[in-house]
Design a protein. Structure first.
Length: 275
């Protein structure tokens, strides 16, 4: 059984194994296929047209399925690995152990944002950015640039308190839990973290930064926490709705997955809530 842990509680050996599995997927080319898929959806998802991965109700089930596939890829390299989650309400500075050289490496240098430390720094030669939106082939970060602040626990709680999953017009203008969590309006949780990290994380090729998976594992955990807090609330829309994925519609790029299939994460993994 896969148990996803808070990254701050991983042992040195667990960190080593996670990093080694990432590097092996990168070396084999499997990693970059995930980056390509994600960017394709970012480019295709629009407020007035078809939208699946983002700015729509299926933001949460789409990323849940995407993470499960990635986690299975990691486990094909090392069966002991699970995706850790990054609770950015607790580990909220560039001094966090998350960014240490033995894990993800730190922020980028001032000149060009290039990450210089650890396995994902340019000097390691093991993390070339091949699926990219410009000519720069190295991982970039600008942690907390411009005085940006990560969301607080109080802000998370204010979003978890929202009882309605989503609402018309089912896009970036919607009220409801999904859109306040995704971050197009209101306190903005998910989008703000992408901006705080900066570099590739602020673009459609965000999975180039391995922190993408830990950020989205926490977003996924917050969805599970919301479900537990609102047992009477349901995924919406429940019936066919133009341009968006309703409860029982299949969800691209998969042809056998619906949001309904993704509602119970415990069929796939659990979250270690010891912390
Ligand atoms: Cu995404
Ligand atoms: Cu994201």
């Amino acid at each position: 059984m896969t148990v996803r842990k808070n990254q701050a509680l991983l042992t040195a050996d667990e960190k080593r194994r996670f990093v080694a599995a990432l590097l092996e997927l990168k070396r084999s080319g499997r990693y970059d296929a995930f980056v390509t898929t994600h960017n394709g959806f970012i480019m295709g998802d629009t407020d007035q047209g078809p939208r699946v991965g983002h700015r729509s109700p299926s933001f949460l089930p789409w990323h849940r399925r995407f993470l499960i596939e990635f986690e299975q890829a990691l486990q094909s390299v090392d069966s002991t690995v699970a995706l850790p989650y990054w609770d950015w309400t607790a580990d909220r500075t560039a001094a966090s152990s998350l960014w240490a050289p033995d894990f993800l490496g730190g922020t980028g240098r001032a000149r060009d944002g290039q990450v210089t430390e650890g396995s994902f720094g340019a000097a390691s030669g093991r993390w070339p950015i091949t699926v990219r939106v410009d000519g720069r082939d190295f991982l970039r970060r600008t942690l907390g640039a411009g005085g940006a602040q990560l969301p607080t626990r109080a802000e998370v709680d204010s979003v978890l308190a929202m009882p309605v999953y989503d609402a018309a017009p089912w896009n970036s203008a919607s009220d409801g839990f999904r859109n306040h969590l995704e971050g197009w309006r209101g306190v903005n949780l998910h989008n703000r973290v992408h901006v705080w990290v900066g570099g590739q994380m602020g673009t459609g090729v965000s999975p180039n930064d391995p922190v993408f998976w830990m950020h989205h594992a926490f977003i996924d955990k917050l969805w599970a926490d919301w479900q537990a807090r609102h047992p009477a609330s349901r995924y919406l829309p429940a019936t066919r709705t133009p341009n968006v994925v309703s409860l029982n519609d299949t969800m691209r790029p998969w042809n056998d997955v619906t949001p309904a299939d993704m509602l119970d994460h415990t069929r796939h993994y659990t979250y270690d809530t010891a912390a």
